[in-house]
Structures are given as C-alpha cells and as structure tokens.
Design a protein around this ligand. Sequence first.
Ligand code: ADP
Ligand code: ZN
Length: 604
Amino acid sequence: MNKTYFYKTGGVLLIFVSILVSCRITNAEFVSKTENIPYSDFLKLVQEDRFEEVILYPTKIKGVLKSREGKSVTTVRVEDPNLVRELVEHNVKFSAAEGGGGWGQGLFLLWLVPMIIFLILISRLRRGGAGAGGLMSIGKSRATLYIDRDTGVTFDDVAGVEEAKEELKEVIDYLKNPQKYQRLGGKIPKGVLLVGPTGTGKTLLAKAVAGEAKVPFFSISGSAFVEMFVGVGAARVRDLFGQAQEKAPCIIFIDELDALGKVRSLAPIAGGHEEREHTLNQLLIEMDGFDTRKGVIIMAATNRPEILDPALLRPGRFDRHILVDRPDIKGREEILKVHGKNIRLSKDIDLKIIAARTPGFVGADLANVVNEAALLAARRGKAAVEMEDFEEAINRVVAGLEKKQRVMNKKEQEIVAYHELGHAIVAEIVPGADKVHRISIIPRGIAALGYTLQLPTEDRYLLTRSELLDRLAVLLGGRAAEELIFHEVSTGAQNDLERATDIAMSMVREYGMSEKMGPMSFQRRKPQFLELGYSSRESSEETSKEIDIEVKKIILDTYARVKSILQENKGKLQKLAKTLIEKEVIEGEELRKIMSQTISSLGE
Ligand code: ADP
Ligand code: ZN
C-alpha cells in the first residue's frame, strides 16, 4: 500500500558507486590467501556475523573473517543498496578503498568527496543508533515519505470530531473538483493545520480527506527532517512539493509540524538548529511559491501550536486551523461504534456505558480498549466480547494512561465543572467579555483540566478600562465559584490568577488606568543587547509599593464583584454543573438558554 523511498542512503551510495565506476578504477589484485566466493555467500557470512572487517573496493569486496587468522574472502561487488545497512546492522567494521595503482591526484580528490559524505552518514547513523537502529529508522519510519494512492479511509472511519469534519468538507469538495472553484474564483486554503492532543485522529482525518476526495496522500513526519543530513531536509521538501504537483490534485500531510516548525531562534546557535531552519525556510518558500489552483492542499498536525514559528501561520500558509479535540461522551460512543464493527460484540454490550467510563480518552485509547477487550475475550475462549472484558480492558488502558497523564476522579471532575462554569457565567453576565463558545471538562492534559472557550465577536485593537476589568472578572470567576460552592479553593486556578495579575499589573503600570497612580507608565523594560541610549525608568521603591497596592486593590475589588455575581446566580450555576458533569460539554447556545430561564422555573 505504501511506497517507501529510501532517500539518503540510496542517494549517497549512488553517488559513491557512480563516481567510482566513472573513474574506472582498476582493481587491486587480492592477496593469494583469499578465497573467491559468490555474493550470496558473502551476504550470508555478514548475516552470520562472521566478519572482522570488510573493505569495499569499486568492483570487489574483501572480507576478513573473525577468528581464523588473516583468512579472508573476496566477492565480486553486486550493486546492492542494502549492503551498507546490513553491515551497520551487524556491526561490521567496514571501509572503502581504492582499487590498485594508477591513482592521480585528481582522482583521489574525486574519491574524497563521497568518502566524507559517507563518513558523515555513518556517524549520524551511529548516533541515532539505539532501538531500531540508525540506518533502519532512517530508511523506514522517520524519514520516509509515504505515498498512498488510495488511503481507503473515509469519514465513516473517523468519529467524534464532527466539527472538524464539517470544516474539512469544503477541502474535499475542492479536491474533487478544483476547476469548479477556479471558475468561481473561490479562495481555497493552502494550508490546513489540525491542532489537538495526540491520538485524537488528526492523521486519520487527513487520510480520510484524501480518501473521500479520492486523491493521493503524501505524508511525512516533521521529526524526520530533524534527523536529516546537511542540505537534505530542504532538498527533500523541494522534492516533495515537486512530486505532489505532478500528482495534483492531492494532499501533502506533515505530521508533527512542531518538530520542523519550532520558532526560529534569533541568534542561531552554532550547528544543530540550522539544518531545521533551512528546511523550514524551504517549506515556507514552497508554500508561497505554489499555486493552490493546481489542487495541492497541505495539511499538517501538531499538538503544540504555541511553539510554532509565527511565519508558518501567516495568511497563505497554515492559515486555517481546525481543532481536533478530545471526544466528549457522545463522541467516544461513536468512536467505540467504529472500532466495535471489527469485532464480535455480545448482545449485552452497551457502548454508552463504556463511553461514560472513559472520560479523557482519545480515539487511539478507545481503539486500544476495543482491541484489548477482544484479546481478553479470545484468551478466555469466548464466542463474543462481553462487558466484563471491556471493564478489564478499560482498567488496563487506564493503568497505562495513569503513568502518562492523570485521569480525573469524580470529586475533581465536580470541582472542575464548577470552576469552568464560574468563568462562563461571569463571561455571560459582564458586558465587556467575549461570548462563551463552549465549556468542557474533558481533561486535556496536566495544566488545564477543563476549559471555557470564548470567541471574540469582532477583532479588537483597543480595550477600555471597563473591558479589561470585565476580562479580569472572567478570569477570577473560576476561583470564586470554587469558593462559593466548596468553601475551599484548589490549585486549579493558578494559571487564571497569573493572567489576572498580569492584566491588573499592566493596567496600573503600562496603561495608566489606576486613579491613584494617574496616567503614567511605569513599565519596566530591559535594555536590548547593545542598545544605545537606553534609559531605564525604574520606579522608586516607594512607587513600586504603591503600584503593588493598586494592583491588589483592582484584583480584590473585582473578586468581590465576581463573587456577588455568582452568589446571585447560584441556582443556575448548580443546574448547569449537573448538566456539565453529565455531558462533559456545554455549548454556548445551551448555556445562554439555561441562563435566560428564570430561577423559579429551575425549581428553586
Ligand atoms: P493523531 O494523528 O491525532 O495523533 P491518529 O490519527 O494517528 O492520531 O490516531 C491513531 C489511531 O487511533 C487511528 O488510526 C484510529 O485507529 C484511532 N483513532 C483516533 N482518533 C479516532 C477517531 N476520531 N475516530 C476513530 N478512530 C480514531
Ligand atoms: Zn480557570
């Protein structure tokens, strides 16, 4: 299904061999002690680890056998791209040598170039050595460009990510019929960035887009470029785009874009990053240079959008972002349905219950659960997978996950629900905050256990004082709700408090928004390197104290305001919390509906 391209290894060997051949180097006469054997026998000896050392001549190979002193064999050299890999894998010491006399100075230089490349190649491979082994991993997983003529994946195989699918429909439509769009002059995104935690189905989605549109799927992983040799990453990018344009319409998918697209350092540190930067630059050049109308769409995936180089996200590049989040309870049920199709389920299986028991699981985890359950049932000699197999499979997967990330318990889930609703309710009530788009308590990682997503209704360039205070209020809403309901606070608000303090600080120090301090800026800025004429405007100790008092006052006043807002809406808060814990997600619309109901109709 996948066609694998051996890039560098093949390339280097080719240069190597071709230069040697073009030199028409005559062979050295081998010492008489040696025995001539067929190439196949030679290979077998390599695989049996029999060689002490191997010397590669242009048209012959000489191998010195272990143990038997001085005994060696020769064979006629067959052009075998796997030879070097074989040798590395079996830890054979090997080198290349020129064949016999008659070497001119020029020839020697010709020799040197491939030799050096070759040595670099080998040393890199050694370094990447552990596990699957350097050369192997270069040839196979990491640096491989996969081309799937037909991924065979459709939207039916991807579940629980309806919003993302909806957004991608346009892309499919376009790939199916680029001419139609050209005629209408519609603008099509060049780059689509799928953002979300690992295992949520980003790769699967990209494949499904290719499958639905019935176009070829080129894929490569960003981390593959990092292991590349000098100049190869950029060449590979050029090559990738060249190939893709020939096969258009098609999709190029770059997994782990962050590995390649990390923010470029301002002062390049010697070596190391430079290669990645060349590659990244080449990617930017290719993206700018090619014409979408040809029908090539570049998709990429990342779970760390925040570290991406902003240049990648500019208009005309990856300017379309699609969130592929952890699935909610309904989504999990759908995903279980997809994977459950491949196994025989007993009649008592209720996928809804399994979905309810697996909060925070991503698609990959759920696929794992289904697979594990099927294996357990098979081991127990059952005709179909039963509920108890699933129970145990979940426990196993949870145990595995707990090592990697935490899974929330009931009490924590409740605290997070109230916390997020605190943000949301305040955001709905204060006039200067962005509207709530969605509240979720599906755990997303260690830092944020839940989230409240607010979307601005318009782009803003200026914020007034009261708007800033309203934003501050929203940030404090989480902590205030916890205190109101549990009479106790948790560590969950750390990030909120940090951001709230930042806002209050800026108001006082930068924007001159505190009455007491007046319209003055006390912003402290560090001098840039070698910045001439920099005058520091350090405030006096006394002023610093006053600033701190003002910041504190802003925060405490706002906190009091937030608490009274939540106190007034306590009934709604409790009702919403019940819904949120049950469904894990509340959309903005629904929030507003419940909020607009009167307390009496809520039965309070
Ligand atoms: P990502 O690229 O986001 O890390 P993958 O697409 O590689 O995740 O997902 C790995 C596997 O997990 C998929 O091949 C599929 O079997 C399963 N999976 C993940 N997400 C989903 C989903 N939304 N629906 C169905 N299966 C999924
Ligand atoms: Zn919060």
